[in-house]
Design a binder for this molecule. Sequence first.
Ligand code: COA
Length: 272
Amino acid sequence: MTTANASGVGRDPGLRRGMRTRGMPALADGEVHVWRAALDPEPVRVREFAGVLSRDERERAGRFLVERDRRRFIVCRGVLRTLLGGYLGVAPRSLRFRYGSHGKPALASGSGKHPLRFNLSHADEIAFFGVTLRREIGIDLEPLRAGFATDEIAERFFSPAEIASLRTLSRTDRPRAFFRCWTRKEAYLKARGDGLSLPLDRFDVSLLPAQPAALLCAPGDPQEASRWSLSDLPAGPGYVAAIAVQGRGWRLTCWRWMEGGGVTAGIDDEAR
Ligand SMILES: CC(C)(COP(=O)(O)OP(=O)(O)OC[C@H]1O[C@@H](n2cnc3c(N)ncnc32)[C@H](O)[C@@H]1OP(=O)(O)O)[C@@H](O)C(=O)NCCC(=O)NCCS
């Protein structure tokens, strides 16, 4: 269990001091908080979350053809806003997002980048949110679908070195290794924010069971791998998740978002 401390978010002049939502942990430099949330809460919560969305988010929600997907989008954005608003001590509805050229959302800031950085990933009824200060961050969550983890898909998306590593494993071990590779690659891409403009087969991540999560090499820049740290996340049965964060020496703490809002419990923490 992780306990909140009183320093951290309030140290940055761009972030408000002493106004975090009750129960929210403090976020200090060098910390990464990951939140796991369920996206199918009680209908009353969905209405509450709909109330904090911006006009463009409500319009986007309205474009979903499937009601369940519309509801999950609303909850995902609602939880995101509530979390970020909690860290910043502002009303969730008052937050403004800007979007990178490949669609990565970030907090709008008057000048330069906002110090509070985040990323999120959703799969079925679950979402993971990663939050940190002054570091780029990317997160990916995937359902562990053994039928998807085929050699053909690996050959289409993975690098030659990754494919070779995968082939050293038994058929039983391959699906999980496949998704370790997939989520680590995707988390790195999402941290960079440039989507698929970086070809997937041009960089290598670790995937073997005994290897720590890592970006092993990236094209054209021998220093790139040392600029990022990767970690797997405790995704729960049937899911695989990974996070990529700029730099080294950060500390990861995972939290569960409790329905009803604001009440939190640490589920895992580890130094990187
Ligand atoms: C957004 C993208 C980066 C990931 O999409 P995804 O895996 O389908 O979806 P996830 O649930 O992991 O993430 C979606 C969230 O990421 C965020 N996001 C959107 N564009 C992003 C970008 N360029 N970079 C980082 N985050 C982004 C958004 O918050 C989005 O949620 P929202 O749609 O509710 O606003 C997608 O555009 C993409 O390029 N996917 C690559 C797919 C692929 O071939 N992967 C192979 C890995 S080996």
